[in-house]
Ligand binder design. Structure first.
Ligand SMILES: *[C@@H]1O[C@H](CO)[C@@H](O)[C@H](O)[C@H]1NC(C)=O
Ligand SMILES: *[C@@H]1O[C@H](CO)[C@@H](O)[C@H](O)[C@H]1NC(C)=O
Ligand SMILES: *[C@@H]1O[C@H](CO)[C@@H](O)[C@H](O)[C@H]1NC(C)=O
Length: 119
């Protein structure tokens, strides 16, 4: 009898429990920045190159991507990358801090959110 009541109550509240935990999961997923341990990861390098290409288009500049120095990423709707990169401006190598928002499942969705430097 008691266990039937328990099950009835559980079934009644299950949608609320599931809803709340998915809300909680979403809050955990969005927010934290995780350090990028391998700056040679092809995906990370690709994002760094993209940031320079995009900046060149927007600012009519002609920087040349050299490498990713360090960075971190954050799960959002897709992934945010915050990278410190090295690029050559003519004969001078500088570091720049770039933020790129990438949604890998959407074709051609990749945005340069911020490009700062030289630092
Ligand atoms: C970093 O990534 C590159 C390219 O995928 C790989 O060759 C290299 O072994 C990786 N290094 C470490 C320390 O995992
Ligand atoms: C990106 O990283 C730089 C340097 O680590 C930091 O100063 C900056 O606040 C970060 N930007 C974002 C959007 O987290
Ligand atoms: C590149 O160098 C030129 C001077 O040669 C300077 O005016 C420009 O601001 C530099 N651009 C960047 C993004 O560092």
């Amino acid at each position: 009898m008691r266990s039937n009541l328990f099950i009835t109550i559980l079934i009644f509240f299950l949608p609320f429990i599931l809803f709340n935990s998915s809300e909680a999961a979403r809050r955990v997923l969005v927010g934290g920045w995780t350090k990028i341990t391998n700056v040679s990861d092809p995906k990370v390098v690709e994002i760094g190159k993209f940031a320079v290409d995009q900046h060149n288009k927007e600012a009519k500049a002609s920087l040349k991507f050299s490498k990713v120095v360090s960075g971190e990423r954050q799960v959002v709707a897709g992934m945010n990358y915050n990278l410190t990169i090295t690029a050559a401006n003519g004969s001078v190598e500088n570091n720049y801090v770039v933020v790129v928002w990438d949604k890998p499942w959407v074709k051609n969705f990749r945005r340069l959110t911020s490009f700062k430097g030289p630092i």
